[in-house]
Structure formats: C-alpha cells, structure tokens
Write a protein that binds this ligand. Structure first.
Ligand SMILES: [Zn+2]
Length: 336
C-alpha cells in the first residue's frame, strides 16, 4: 500500500509499505477520508509539538473514516463491509484512568499521528474493534472523518455544562471553534458569541451557529458579557483573559486551544466570582453522541470541508490548512 510520510527534515514522501495485519482485537480499515488537523500542520511546519518530536518517518492524519475490510481473530467477521469512523486512540486497558472511564488521560495512550504512532494518511490502517465506530449511511465519508473534531467539541461542551438557554462565548473560529459553535447550538445554547480576529472566519462563524461575533482587536465592551461559559479554541493569551473576565459568577472556562505554556490569570476575579477553570484533553466516550448529532441532530459536518486532496497532494493539503481562508482540508488516500 501507499503511505504519505513526514520525514525528520520536514519533507513529505510516498512510501510503499505492507498492508498492516490486524491483531486479534483489531479491524483493518480501507481509509476513505482524513481531515487535516492543526496538529498535523504543527508537525509539518515545526517537526514537533512540545516533547513529541518527529525523529523518524511519521504518517500524519488522525481524523479518519473508512470501510472495514478484514478483522482479527476475536472480532466477528460480520463487521467486514461496515463504514466506520475511527476513534484514533489506543489506551492501555487496565490503567486507573481507563478503569475510571477517562481513558483519554491514560499516560500510556497510543494516539494516531503522534510520534512514534503512525496516522491515517495511508491506504489502510488498523484500529481496535471498539474504536471503529459504525456510521449510518446518512453520514458521508468526510463527515465520518470529522466526527473526530466534533468529538473534541462534544467533550468541551460537556465540561462547560451547556444546556437549554445557555449563553456561551467561544474564542477562535477555526475548525474546532466552528465545531464548538455547532455543538453549543445542538446542546441548546441560545446565545453563542464567537470572538475571532480574522474577518472571513468571523463571517463563517455566522453560518455555523454563532448568534453574534466579536472582533477582539476592537475595544472591549463597557459592560461585561456575563456568559455562563467560555470555551477557548484559540490558544491566544489575550482571548483567554477576556474570556475569563466575560464570565458571570460561578461560570465555567474550558481551555482547549493550545498556545503559551503559561499565562497570567486574573486571580481576584476567579476568586470573587468563584469561577471554574478547566481544560480538556481530546475526548472519551464521545463518538455515539457525535454520531447522533451528525446523523439526526442538525450538525452538517460536510459544510466544514474546503477542498479534497489525494495522497500525492498531502503537502498542498497541509499548506492549505495553514491558511485562514480554509476551514477543513480532506485527504482521500485511496483516490487517484
Ligand atoms: Zn484533530
């Protein structure tokens, strides 16, 4: 099979590799669509994210869908032919975090496209049976791949405790911020305010559930917004500060975007308003919710797709993903 690999010198190459053989508890998936994520762009542009360094050839891509074409010995062969969305992680089965239902926090997690684990910019991948989630035919191949960023949004919206009538401020209108806005609406939020510096992205936010947008470079409003929840999908220090200040007493801030490792926080405000500040790390137990939202809950993930690319065009897909005019680039490893 063909695989697109990122080399340590940050160039991309096509490698011929053997089709992987599924282990006992795995399925083999012929990959249909793979969304390009900000983390893929980081590895391509910088060769690392924090302590994870690309020091050997790495296959990028972790937002993937496909069709099961073979199964391991402990998986029913009736699964062959199923269209699936891949939850791109493999926790250790008996860690304390896994047993507690927070398998995303397992310290020994093996996650797609994170060194040394290969991702899905290749024709075939293997994944554990339980992490190949069957999707109905109402969900396209692209949408099945984008259940991954939707899962990021579901995890954040759950932490933010959004519900009917909620008022939420979201910072950042990249693909994750837009997925947050769509999810907030599906969870019943009535005011969804999106703060974003790029004018085109502010415009896009209105098409994806925002009821209002803010240009953070303009003057701050004289009266605070007093929102129930703030979700950061920007990683920008000033956005995080403004978002925390916009919370009502006992409001919740969920920090999802990645930026500076440390920032100053308005401590007196956090104390006097009894604010809750938390992060999210990927997701756990989100796929069934995401599938329901995408199949019957009014979230149209296909509208996030900006353009399609073949395996030979992964570099173009990554370059396009880095431009603010792009929402989501999708690679189709088996297209020609
Ligand atoms: Zn992602």
């Amino acid at each position: 099979m063909r695989a697109s690999v990122l080399l340590p010198d940050r160039t991309l190459a096509i490698e011929e590799r053997p089709v992987p053989i599924p282990e006992d508890d795995e399925v083999l998936v012929r990959v249909s669509s793979v969304g390009v994520c900000g983390s893929d762009v980081h590895y391509y542009k910088e060769g690392r994210i924090g302590d994870f360094v690309v020091d050997a050839p790495l296959v990028l891509g972790h937002e993937a869908s496909g069709t099961i074409c073979a199964v391991g010995s402990r998986v029913p062969s009736s699964r062959i032919g199923e269209r699936v969305s891949i939850e791109p992680q493999r926790p250790s089965p008996l860690s304390q975090s896994t047993l507690a239902g927070r398998y995303n926090l397992d310290p020994n997690m093996r996650f797609f496209a994170t060194p040394p684990v290969d991702g899905a910019f290749q024709e075939y991948v293997t994944i554990q049976d339980a992490f190949a989630h069957r999707v109905p035919d109402t969900i396209s191949d692209d949408a099945a791949a984008l259940l991954e960023p939707l899962s990021v949004a579901v995890a954040a919206v759950r932490k933010a405790a959004l519900g009917p009538g909620s008022r939420v401020l979201i910072a950042g209108a990249g693909p994750i911020g837009l997925a947050m806005a769509l999810t907030a609406r599906a969870y019943g939020a009535v005011e969804i305010i999106v703060a974003e510096v790029d004018e085109r992205r502010r415009h896009a936010a209105h098409d994806f559930g925002a009821t209002a947008t803010i240009d953070p470079t303009a003057e701050e409003p004289a009266t605070p917004l007093q929102v129930d929840a703030f979700i950061d999908a920007s990683g920008a220090t000033p956005a995080i500060r403004s978002g925390i200040l916009a919370l009502r007493p006992a409001g919740v801030a969920v920090l999802v975007g990645m930026g500076a490792r440390e920032i100053a926080l308005p401590l007196a405000v956090i104390q006097n308003r009894e604010l809750v500040i938390t992060g999210t790390f990927r997701y756990a137990n989100t796929w069934q919710t995401a599938i329901s939202l995408a199949s019957a809950g009014g979230i149209e993930l296909d509208r996030l797709v900006s353009a399609h690319y073949s395996l030979d065009q992964v570099q173009e897909a990554l370059e396009a993903a880095a431009r603010p005019g792009t929402i989501k680039s999708v690679v189709q490893p088996n297209s020609v």
